[in-house]
Design a protein around this ligand. Sequence first.
Ligand SMILES: Nc1ncnc2c1ncn2[C@@H]1O[C@H](COP(=O)(O)OP(=O)(O)OP(=O)(O)O)[C@@H](O)[C@H]1O
Length: 244
Amino acid sequence: MKTAIEVKKLCKSYSNIKAAQNIDISICFGEVFGLLGANGAGKSTTVECILGTKKQDSGTVSILGMNPQQERKRLFEKVGVQFQEANYQDKIRVAELCKVTASLYRNAADYIGLLEQFGLSDKLKSPVSELSGGQKQRLFIVLSLIPNPEIVFLDELTTGLDARARRDVWRSLLDLKQKGLTILLTSHFMDEVEVLCDKIMILKKGEAIFYGTIQDAVAASPYEKLEEAYLWYTDEEEKEYESI
Ligand SMILES: Nc1ncnc2c1ncn2[C@@H]1O[C@H](COP(=O)(O)OP(=O)(O)OP(=O)(O)O)[C@@H](O)[C@H]1O
């Protein structure tokens, strides 16, 4: 399988904080990769270095064969990014925001179809500012898919969604995966990770403490469920304190 994203020995520090230490990631086309870890573990830093919006101190990143620092414009034709908040005009309506976004891309997707897929077709004329948190979240996923990307980066994609909406989002993403989309996501929900991810990396204080399949993550822990295994991987510090 060909590689969509290749990260080698990525390091990034902020003064005395080592936010990413020697991170190696390899993601094949059509794979869903989950970057996991507690708050402050280094997920956003790693993603931003991969996207080229932050410059790493050392190490290399190749995404669709491109260097994200040097080929930013070409890259963003092919890569979608879901933001937690977007900059938009105060009173802009859902369809207008999608239209403006689509106009930025040569090969834009049918946003009406995407809005339907993500349960927002009755909100076309609603001002974005009047959407609920969960509806906005889904709109941001739609915006990330408008470029018709080969790779999409999804940040805590279902935070704030109700149980039904989460499942609907999962189904839509699995559908897109089947069509060949490569996905890099961050999540704090292990049920979601189990449904969506082929491979995961668990970060702790900027270091990769696990990298592999969900099955392997569970097998290498004393537990049988990913949720428990994940807590075991990320919680060791507490155990250290307890034993002192
Ligand atoms: N611009 C910055 N300047 C200084 N320190 C930063 C900066 N950005 C992040 N950090 C620190 O780097 C570490 C990693 O942060 P990062 O945002 O990458 O974590 P994260 O895993 O994405 O967290 P979360 O789940 O809360 O989004 C944290 O200790 C954070 O305080």
